[in-house]
Ligand binder design. Structure first.
Ligand code: CU
Length: 65
């Protein structure tokens, strides 16, 4: 799953997004590229749940296939 995530400015943001995703799937593999506003998630979790988890951390999220 690929997401566009706006608002990530530092390593803390990358960890916050990673933790948010792993809060719904501890086995999720999360790759964050904050300079590209890009988050790639390998997980069995529902994509909408991933979006909500990241939004709950205060970031703007778009699905981008
Ligand atoms: Cu930050």
């Amino acid at each position: 799953m690929n997401f566009r995530v706006e608002g990530m400015t530092c390593g803390h943001c990358e960890r916050a997004v990673t933790r948010a995703v792993q809060s719904i799937d501890p086995a999720a593999r999360v790759t964050v590229d904050r300079t590209a506003d890009r988050v790639v998630v390998e997980s069995v979790a529902d994509a909408d749940a991933v979006v909500r988890a990241i939004q709950a951390e205060g970031y703007v999220v778009d699905r981008s296939a």
